[in-house]
Design a protein around this ligand. Sequence first.
Ligand SMILES: C=C(O[C@@H]1C=C(C(=O)O)C=C[C@H]1O)C(=O)O
Length: 103
Amino acid sequence: MEAEGILSNPPQTPDELKEYRATIDNIDAALVHLLAERFRCTQKVGELKARLDLPPADPKREERQVERLQALAEESGLDPDFAKKFLRFIVDEVIRHHVALRG
Ligand SMILES: C=C(O[C@@H]1C=C(C(=O)O)C=C[C@H]1O)C(=O)O
């Protein structure tokens, strides 16, 4: 019996789905570790910029990063537009940290 998409007797998760999900969980953990490592590095950059009185954002550098990542995305079958948006999301957060570090 099913009402509004709720099964009274939910089917077991198929083994194949469990395996895909285990892989996804591993990848998500790796992404979090990589992002943490990236933010540790950008924290150092932010401290350096604050010390040397350099601007928090560097749009020219960002342009080069977008081009490079879009090419890498194309090579590896990832939507280049998604890669661009993802980088923008991260870089905006980094710049926010850099602005805060200037005090
Ligand atoms: C980390 C830097 O600062 C900012 C953040 C960037 C990033 O997260 O990759 C890139 C350029 C800058 O806008 C940098 O200048 O290298």
